[in-house]
Write a protein that binds this ligand. Structure first.
Ligand SMILES: NC(=O)c1ccc[n+]([C@@H]2O[C@H](COP(=O)([O-])OP(=O)(O)OC[C@H]3O[C@@H](n4cnc5c(N)ncnc54)[C@H](O)[C@@H]3O)[C@@H](O)[C@H]2O)c1
Length: 418
């Protein structure tokens, strides 16, 4: 079996951490049990391009239990957990092509290696596999049944492909399932982004002016958790509705040009390009910390920062200090890549449980509907979403009320008033 990882000797440590994550993934475990019995993915090859973490290892295990053959590469050069990668190779027999800190060239070579075996299903977090298949390996496209996409930025890219008529096979937007983005993007990114900042800096959040750029699903989570730690949170938005929501949620909302002057810590979670740029760096206070939790490392204009800096030095692991011509220092965390995965461990397993149950069930859905789906971006079927919510509630021991017959009748009527 071909693979390319940091060090196979890390496998035993990885195996224990994978087991630890599994304990918080009851829904995915139930899917795995059923898959093992029913073998819905027998004969199916899956090329997965995901953050190589302990939670992803459990997803790979689930797909294999269902009969699939899988190959895995990283969806970000800094997000790989080398011990999880080693265990996947040694204990789970999964070919993994991912090394934490790999350069751009290796990153793309690894994607090519993971699609080399000719997938029937592509599984993406950021649409990189689909992008490589469509631009360089069109020969492999005819046998692809469908793809799945994990994140907001990937779904945006795929919808653009669909609009331009270039999407060559159907894709299921796992991100758009409610049991995904309501929880993973909000509570997962919220907690793990704070975790990443703390592990990288050990700064005190209480009393800090904490600027969150983007008040979408992720931004709401980051703002909520920063507030909980005692920060004064400032929200920067371009969408009037979301800005208004941030105001009513109790945050200060202002333009980035103003926030740049007062912020202590800045987090970008917009999915957009150059949200923090040259003119903002020049306004920032001495010691300001900037980082990103959006999918690509384009939200902070790092080229501009490098071009204007008089000097730079790594001052701690995951912290690069830049000295600007005005004498002030700015600290960039994790090379501007997703900070929750660069310096921390990404989302807790409990939320990935639902995201990855959506992935597994979406693959099953695509295989069952082979040949019946169009070259479009599909939502996750509602039954999958509600099944996952029900199973998660059951797993955490919570029972909810059911509508009485009377209530069902009332809610279905139009003529019953006071
Ligand atoms: N770190 C992680 O683990 C993780 C997890 C999930 C999603 N993501 C990524 O995070 C990003 C955001 O995802 P989301 O689900 O919150 O998306 P979203 O679409 O719900 O929110 C993005 C928000 O950013 C705002 N925005 C866009 N450009 C802006 C700008 N220039 N200045 C200020 N605000 C701007 C938009 O109006 C929107 O409200 C995406 O790239 C997504 O792929 C990361």
């Amino acid at each position: 079996m071909k693979f390319d990882i940091r060090d196979i000797n890390l496998a035993d440590k990885g195996q224990l951490r994978i087991e630890w994550a599994k304990q918080s993934m009851p829904v995915l475990s139930l899917v795995k049990e059923r898959f093992a019995e029913e073998q819905p993915l027998r004969g199916i090859k899956v090329s997965a391009c995901l953050h190589v973490t302990t939670e992803t290892a459990n997803l790979m295990d689930t797909l294999k239990a269902g009969g699939a053959e899988v190959a895995l590469c990283a969806s970000n050069p800094l997000s790989t957990q080398d011990d999880a990668a080693a265990s996947l190779v040694k204990h789970f027999g999964v070919p993994v092509f991912a090394i934490k800190g790999e350069d751009k060239e290796t990153y793309y070579r690894h994607i090519e290696s993971a699609i080399e075996f000719g997938p029937h299903i592509t599984m993406d977090d950021g649409a990189d596999t689909i992008s490589v298949l469509h631009s360089q390996r069109r020969d492999l496209i005819p046998q692809v049944i469908a793809g799945t996409e994990e994140t907001t930025t990937g779904v945006i890219r795929l919808k653009n492909m669909e609009k331009k008529g270039v999407l060559a096979y159907p894709v299921i937007a796992v991100n758009d399932a409610q049991t995904k983005h309501f929880f993973d993007n909000r509570y997962g990114t919220g907690q793990s982004t704070i975790d990443g900042i703390l592990r990288a800096t050990n700064l005190l959040l209480a009393g800090t002016r904490f600027v969150v750029c983007g008040y979408g699903w992720c931004g709401r989570g980051v703002a909520m958790r920063a507030k909980g730690m005692g920060s004064n949170v400032i929200v920067v938005e371009t969408d009037p509705l979301r800005a208004l929501e941030a105001v009513m949620d109790g945050y200060t909302v202002m333009r980035i040009a103003e926030a740049a002057k007062v912020g202590g810590i800045f987090v970008t979670v917009t999915g957009d390009i150059h949200v923090l740029r040259r003119e903002h760096f020049l306004e920032m206070k001495e010691g300001a910390v900037i980082c990103n939790s959006g999918h690509f490392n384009v939200e902070i204009d790092i080229d501009a920062l490098e071009a204007m800096a008089l000097s730079r030095r790594p001052i701690r692991e995951f912290v690069e200090e830049y000295t600007l011509p005005n004498g002030r220092r700015i600290n960039l965390l994790g090379e501007g890549r997703l900070i929750n995965l660069a310096s921390a461990e990404g989302h807790p397993a409990s939320v990935m449980d639902m995201s990855f149950a959506n992935q597994a069930l979406s693959v099953e859905f695509a295989v069952k509907n082979r040949g019946r789906l169009e070259k479009k971006v599909y939502s996750v079927p509602e039954e999958i979403d509600s099944t996952i919510a029900r199973l998660k509630l059951k797993a955490i021991g919570i029972t909810i009320d059911e509508l009485t017959e009377d209530q069902k009748k009332y809610l279905a009527s139009w003529d019953m008033g006071t």
